[in-house]
Design a protein around this ligand. Structure first.
Ligand code: NAD
Ligand code: 6OD
Length: 499
């Protein structure tokens, strides 16, 4: 550990984030750092030590050698016990994780304490349970000589897994990959988002404290192109890449993965619809749509940005959604009344504001929001935007077609079930949908036609971690969750024995 770097940060009241390689916290060998700033008020949280190409190579080598050390030879029961230890370890330091996550993202503690951190821990438990209980395929076969043969499938770890993460749910989305990867016996090198370096780093401390062998979990900090993200994904000793982030980044990573034909698992962007039928329970539909549009300041890949409402209830729905949006309390994470934080960065705010401007230019009716709220002097340096609702744009509008990833949605009326299905599917993305109706037959009929990886009926972000999760079309490749994660994180060998 670079004690000098940490002392100087402490003296300034900030926390520096180091790389975690082979069980040790280290500065980048290139001596480069970058700033981690609060999106709530712009204050400096600390410096992040950027990994050089050589550091990334050392992390990959540490992971590789862990596979041939005690980790590689460990019985599943022992590995599972270590994963349960991680759950306890995160829970013991719950407040440290909560504070670090909220400092990096500005999200309300009321949200992160119920979603990000508990799920960050639960991801280790669910996959420990699954690997402990999963069986294997077995087939008997006839042979011409009459003796027969038996076949059984063995699962082997894939090797070194690169885990490239986004900033919107940092711990949750990182452990969603690291949990199954470790449960299956792999070693990982994690590249957290440059915006949210903290909880992945803290997890290194927990890994050491519970006795996960050195090299099994590594963290390299930095950016994408020309930095740790690119160095990691093009490293030839990386055996598979799991990535969550923008579709365009997925395309770049897929090119890197082509060298050496490395498998990828991609969870990418979305432009998710909600369909609200006139027979929906209006209270439930409003409550659910408020969450799906505005939770995490609209920075949830599964969030709703297009709402289709059956014409007889359109006006009432828009009126009630507007009232909800205008009742939201924006502010600091630690305020228990606050239910919306800032966007992740000034750069992302520029992107979201460019869409707010475009909507106005294209002639949208701005039902509410559309600008930057006055947050007072204290928060003037933050990346705040107003919760925003539009109506009146055509389907072809960029506002209705492109992922904005902010607290906003376009609401449009429809007249028939067929029209609603057609509009909902009219996108290059295929991640999630929400359908609001009290008619059970319609609910199942419509869900079956949604071209998405997950379709909620009368709910949103209700997650059973045993179920398949992922996206179709431009929203991803593959499914993770439950046994589906095992498909990605293991290689299967069929053993055929002639009797
Ligand atoms: P991003 O693609 O900009 O960055 C994600 C990660 O990739 C970061 O760690 C970044 O440093 C790294 N990266 C960037 N370019 C790279 C390159 N060329 N090579 C290797 N690594 C590179 O995404 P983001 O802005 O962090 O996250 C928001 C996006 O993520 C949205 O599009 C959202 O929909 C998507 N997302 C999808 C899911 C899902 O489950 N489908 C979940 C969360 C977020
Ligand atoms: O719940 C999950 O497992 C998951 N991957 C959620 C993704 C949220 C996107 O922002």
């Amino acid at each position: 550990m670079n004690v000098q770097a940490l002392r100087s940060a402490e003296a300034k009241g900030t926390v520096d984030r180091l790389n975690f390689i082979g069980g040790e916290f280290v500065t980048g060998s290139g001596g480069k750092t970058f700033e981690n700033r609060s999106p709530a008020d712009g204050r400096l949280l600390g410096l992040v030590h950027e990994a050089s190409e050589a550091d990334v190579a050392r992390a990959v080598a540490a992971a590789k050698s862990a596979l041939t050390g005690p980790w590689g030879g460990m019985a599943i029961t022992e590995r599972v016990d270590l994963l349960y230890g991680l759950v306890d370890g995160i829970n013991k330091r719950f407040n440290d994780f909560l504070e670090a996550e909220c400092a990096d993202t500005g999200k309300p503690m009321s949200l992160a304490s119920h979603v990000d951190i508990p799920r960050g821990a639960a991801n280790f438990k669910i996959f420990a349970d699954i690997i402990k209980n999963v069986g294997s395929e077995f087939f008997t076969m006839a042979t011409p000589d009459g003796t027969g043969a038996i076949n059984y499938a063995l699962r082997r770890p894939k090797g070194v897994i690169a885990v490239v993460c986004p900033w919107n749910l940092p711990l949750l989305l990182m452990t969603w990959k690291v949990g199954p990867a470790l449960a299956c016996g792999n070693a990982v090198v994690v590249k957290p988002s440059e915006e949210t370096p903290s909880t992945a780093t803290l997890l290194g401390e927990v890994m050491n404290s519970v006795g996960i062998p050195a090299g099994v979990y590594n963290v390299v900090h930095g950016f994408g192109p020309g930095s740790a993200g690119e160095f990691l994904t093009r490293h030839p000793q990386v055996d598979a890449i799991t990535f969550t982030g923008e579709t365009r980044t997925g395309e770049a990573i897929m090119k890197a993965a082509a060298n050496g034909v490395r498998p990828v698992s991609f969870e990418l962007g979305g432009k998710n619809p909600a369909i609200v039928f006139a027979d929906a329970d209006m209270d439930k539909a409003i409550e659910g749509t408020m969450r799906s549009v505005f939770a995490n300041c609209g920075q949830v890949c599964l969030g709703t940005e297009r709402v289709y409402v059956e014409r007889p209830i359109f006006e009432e729905f828009v009126k009630r959604l507007k009232k909800g949006a205008e009742g939201m309390k924006l502010g600091r994470s630690e305020d228990p009344e606050v239910n919306m934080g800032p966007l992740i960065s000034q750069e992302h705010r520029d992107k979201v504001m460019s869409y707010y401007k475009l909507a106005a230019d294209e002639g949208a009716t701005v039902v509410t929001g559309g600008g930057i709220p006055d947050m007072g002097e204290d928060l003037a340096g933050g990346a705040w935007v107003a919760p925003t609702i539009w109506t009146g744009l055509p389907e072809s509008s960029r506002i209705v077609q492109e992922e904005i990833f902010g607290p906003c949605c376009h609401v449009q009326p429809f007249d028939t079930e067929e029209e609603a299905v057609r509009l909902a599917n009219d996108t290059e993305y295929g991640l999630a949908a929400a359908v609001w109706t009290e008619n059970a037959s319609r609910a199942h009929r419509v869900a079956a036609q949604m071209q998405v990886g997950i379709c909620w009926i009368n709910s949103w972000f209700l997650r059973d971690l045993r179920t398949p999760f992922g996206g179709s079309k431009h929203s991803g490749i593959g499914r993770e969750g439950g046994v589906h994660s095992l498909e990605f994180y293991t290689e299967m060998t069929n053993v055929c024995l002639k009797l």
